[in-house]
Write a protein that binds this ligand. Structure first.
Ligand code: PEP
Ligand code: MG
Length: 751
């Protein structure tokens, strides 16, 4: 295969394949021609087609290049050898040296002694793996992404043609011994990673309403009010109940809904017109649903799910049914969508995963599932129709797939992987009380990024040094209206109390861009990431910023207050924001409030224009926190949310690292604290480079603390510093591979 293979060549090859497959003659003859054609067109020495037979066995069905004696003789179980591995994970493999892969198994009958490199892809039809297509070459050579994609396209076409032309009988393609269905794979979007193995439980939220009409409105009003009382009590129990404190902010919103006079009055009015309490709740809910479904703002539309949850809960109370559902020991919940309190009704010890046909990352159930640390897969089309109650399921949210009715081999594979993962977790837990100090004694402080009260648990779990970034926009996202000073104070106070004296850096509202649709405040923008967002919006609407700062000041009376402003593009914006802060502080004191014992006002560095204002900035700010997520997007003019660009520019490029070196140097010279709080800080290799460039404070997702701590403890600063500093002045596009080998050579644990 060579890089000169073009899109036109691919089209021509596919058309020839179609002709061969649709032609007349024995099935075997046609498949033989197909593999020969692929090998020839892709300039490979071997092309083989393995087909899934009864009993989860992959049979060599046709080959060009391997011994013909092996055809129909060589058989590999799913999960066995490289071919079995490709089928088990439904993922391609491209190996320059296949022999050195731990999964490689040698089959002498095939005569594959001569072939070093291997590229294989799964053949998938109707969501199931029906075979594997493999090419091999004599020489040891790497395959590039385009080559893998080409083979995937070819495999897709062959799979469709095989099913259509019945090269293998359809029943056999889809059935295995004992008449049980072969495993099925369904793809989805991961909302929280992890793997769960268990049996399917279908979540049925709908409550059937028995009676619709009543001629006794007084009794119905009484029933409604009693049910509302129970509803509030349920929320109080959820909010106050032990570790569920973590969902305080979401449940608080629910409690507010349950107290909403407008909503209750509307239900009462409908009862007065002659409906039962439950029919009235349903009617008001249906009306709200219709109105909300016309709203184009996706964030507001998402709140529909919360309203469904609330209405279902009230209906269930009215109809006398309990919400708690019994679960088998290892349950994987399957639903169209789910509300956070519905999810909390299940016994979390038994809940091993959540699969939804709908759902999105910002939905509240995802937030709760994340706190429960159960894997979640959303947008799994066909989940409700193809999964049956008590079906055995492997939910692999790391690879974005559900495997239905998996074979023993697949379960073994996953169980082994899960064991390895929990061993790794245990290693991190074992060092959680050890400082993040390099072997030569250099201390790095590690902080977590947080945004919900439930993230506070991460602080205790990881024993991090504090919260380096508290994203205050999250409650704004959760509430139907903007939270007032009192509501914000309640949240910030819980954060400060929860941090138990460890420093917390609050960031003022960063709405707009990829966060809350700025349309909550204004109309849609052409270019929201570079639009009226963040500090731009709050400086133009200072009431928002004033309220927020007042709440923060009050919440930190007698404590340390660290506040920073996002998206500062010029020092004048910092000055303006700081003077608003100073005025709020004066007002707080005037009103008889106690001051915080210590005040630090800093800035995020996310906009490149600030790089040339560092001297002025360092004179004004108490600290600088580098937000590499936005800074990268603006430096490289590369949308941070665009998956096509995800790996195009590297944070370990000399350009980024030289920039960081400069910023760290300026801050240190001015004697002000500097830290990094973008995703980069939480990646072990990147963290190494940051330390080498002088960063001594990193803030990251709490899940990254363990790995980064392990990396730092295994490294020697006097080794990595000269290595990185030398490399950032070279012309390479990224230091990543060099740094990886360096870490490997020196026994540095780097992910
Ligand atoms: C950043 O931009 O790097 C950052 C930490 O802020 P956010 O991801 O919230 O935009
Ligand atoms: Mg940012």
């Amino acid at each position: 295969m060579s890089g000169t293979f073009s899109a036109g060549d691919l089209r021509r090859m596919l058309s020839r394949l179609r002709d061969v497959m649709a032609g007349v003659g024995a099935v075997q003859g046609r498949l033989d021609k197909v593999v020969a054609l692929i090998a020839q067109d892709l300039r490979a020495d071997v092309c083989s087609c393995y087909v899934m037979r009864a009993g989860e066995v992959l049979e060599l069905f046709a080959t060009f290049g391997l011994s013909q004696k092996a055809v129909h003789l060589t058989r590999l179980r799913v999960g066995e050898g490289l071919v079995g591995e490709i089928a088990a994970h439904a993922r391609p493999l491209a190996l320059a040296d296949a022999w050195s892969h731990p999964q490689f198994v040698y089959r002498p009958e095939t005569g594959e002694d001569f072939f070093r490199s291997l590229m294989g892809v799964p053949m998938i039809q109707a969501g199931r793996v029906i075979g594997v297509l493999v090419v091999q070459t004599r020489d040891e050579r790497p395959f590039n992404d385009w080559e893998v994609e080409t083979l995937e396209t070819v495999a897709m076409v062959i799979a469709e043609l095989m099913a259509a032309t019945q090269v293998v009988k359809r029943e056999e393609l889809f059935q295995s011994e004992g008449n049980a269905l072969l495993h099925v794979r369904l793809a989805g979007a991961s909302l929280h990673p992890g793997v769960g193995i268990g049996v399917a439980v279908m979540h049925k939220p709908h409550v059937r309403i028995g009676r619709l009409v009543s001629d006794d409105p007084v009794t119905e009003q009484y029933r409604l009010h009693t049910a509302l009382k129970t509803l509030r009590e349920e929320f109080n129990t959820l909010i106050e109940g032990g570790d569920l404190e973590a969902y305080g902010d979401i449940l608080e919103v629910y409690r507010m809904f349950a107290d909403d006079r407008g909503w209750i009055n509307r239900i009462s009015e409908v009862i007065s017109s002659g409906l039962t309490a439950e029919a009235a709740v349903q009617k008001v809910h249906d009306d709200t649903r219709v109105r909300m479904s016309q709203v184009s703002d996706p964030v507001l539309r998402e709140r529909l799910q919360d309203l469904d949850d609330l209405a279902n809960r009230l209906l269930s109370i009215l109809s006398g049914g309990g919400m708690r559902s019994e679960l088998p020991d290892n349950a994987i919940l399957v639903c169209r969508s789910i509300g956070p309190t519905e999810l909390l009704d299940y016994d979390r010890k038994k809940l091993k995963g959540l699969i939804m046909e709908e759902g999105s990352p910002t939905m509240h159930a995802a937030v709760v599932a994340k706190a429960l640390d159960i894997p979640v897969l959303a947008q799994v089309s066909g989940a409700l129709t193809r999964i049956d109650t008590l079906d055995l399921i492997v939910l692999d949210a790391n690879a974005g797939q559900v495997i239905l009715r998996p074979s023993e081999e697949i379960i073994e594979l996953y169980t082994a992987a899960m064991e390895a993962r929990s061993k790794q977790k245990a290693t991190y837990a074992a060092i959680k009380n050890q400082p993040a100090v390099t072997k030569d004694g250099e201390k790095v402080s590690l902080h977590i990024n947080a945004g919900f009260l439930l993230d506070m648990q991460g602080l205790a779990d990881t024993n991090a040094d504090g919260i380096g970034l508290y994203r205050t926009e999250m409650p704004f996202l959760a509430m139907p209206t903007l939270p007032d000073v009192k509501a914000q104070y309640a949240i910030y106070k819980q954060v400060i109390d929860g941090a138990k004296g460890k420093p917390v850096t609050f960031r003022t509202l960063d709405v707009g861009g990829d966060k809350i649709a700025a349309s909550s405040f204004m109309g849609p923008e052409d270019n929201p990431a570079m639009g009226w967002r963040s500090i731009r919006l709050t400086l133009d609407r200072p009431a928002l910023m004033k309220q927020q700062l007042r709440a923060m000041i009050k919440a930190t009376e007698g404590e340390t207050l660290r506040v920073m402003f996002p998206m500062i593009a010029s020092v004048s914006e910092f000055d303006a924001a700081r003077s608003i802060f100073n005025l709020q502080m004066e007002r707080h004191i005037r009103d008889g409030g106690r001051p915080p014992k210590n005040i630090q006002v800093g800035t995020m560095l996310e906009v490149p224009s600030l790089l040339w204002q560092m001297d002025a900035l360092c004179k004004r700010a108490d600290f600088v926190s580098i937000g590499t997520n936005d800074l990268m997007q603006f430096m490289y003019a590369s949308d941070r949310g665009n998956t096509r660009l995800a790996n195009r520019y590297d944070t370990l490029s000399p350009a980024v690292l030289r920039m960081i070196q400069m910023v760290v140097g300026k801050c240190r010279a001015a004697g002000i604290e500097v830290s990094v709080c973008g995703e980069m800080a939480g990646k072990p290799l990147d963290a190494l480079a940051l330390i080498a460039l002088g960063c001594r404070s990193l803030s990251m997702a709490s899940s990254a603390i363990g790995p980064v701590r392990a990396t730092i403890r295994s490294a020697k600063l006097s080794d990595i510093e000269p290595f990185v500093v030398n490399l950032i002045n070279t012309d390479t596009s990224s230091l990543r591979e060099r740094l990886r080998s360096f870490a490997l050579d020196r026994g540095i644990v780097a992910g």
